[in-house]
Write a protein that binds this ligand. Structure first.
Ligand SMILES: [Zn+2]
Ligand SMILES: [Zn+2]
Ligand SMILES: [Zn+2]
Length: 131
């Protein structure tokens, strides 16, 4: 079983074996250090198992929860619930410092609240919801 995820820096699609989950990998495109997400990290019942990196946001008009593939960032879509025209926001990256060694870490906002591992010292911590 493979895990698919996107580089948090350049968006390159990466595929790794599920056994590598939680380990640190390096993007072949930009050499960004990446924590390989685990498949079961996303506990949201609405999420699709085969989805890549999705942008999640809410319709400002009706509050409908929407998920759009990262490739759709900046494009205009229509809310399926109320037909409001919406511009898909860019995925946000949250930056924080390792609480052990101070290494700057960045995670996709969609992955806040899950455990990440510091690529510098190996310390495991939960990514904060906001900084
Ligand atoms: Zn990259
Ligand atoms: Zn709507
Ligand atoms: Zn660290």
């Amino acid at each position: 079983m493979d895990i698919e995820f996107s580089c948090t820096k350049c968006g390159e699609r990466l595929t790794v074996d599920a056994a590598e989950a939680g380990k640190t990998d390096q993007c072949p495109e930009c050499n960004q250090s990446l924590i390989i997400p685990s498949l079961e990290a996303d506990a949201s019942p609405a999420s699709q198992p085969d989805a890549g990196t999705d942008i999640e946001f809410s319709c400002p008009k009706c509050g409908q929860h929407l998920m759009v593939d990262e490739a759709g960032a900046g494009e205009t879509i229509q809310c399926p619930a109320c037909n409001q025209s919406l511009v898909v926001p860019s995925p946000k990256v949250i930056e924080f410092a390792c609480n052990k060694c101070g290494q700057r870490l960045s995670v996709d906002q969609a992955r806040v609240g899950i455990e990440v591992q510091c690529p510098a010292c190996g310390e495991r911590m939960i990514s904060p919801s906001d900084v």
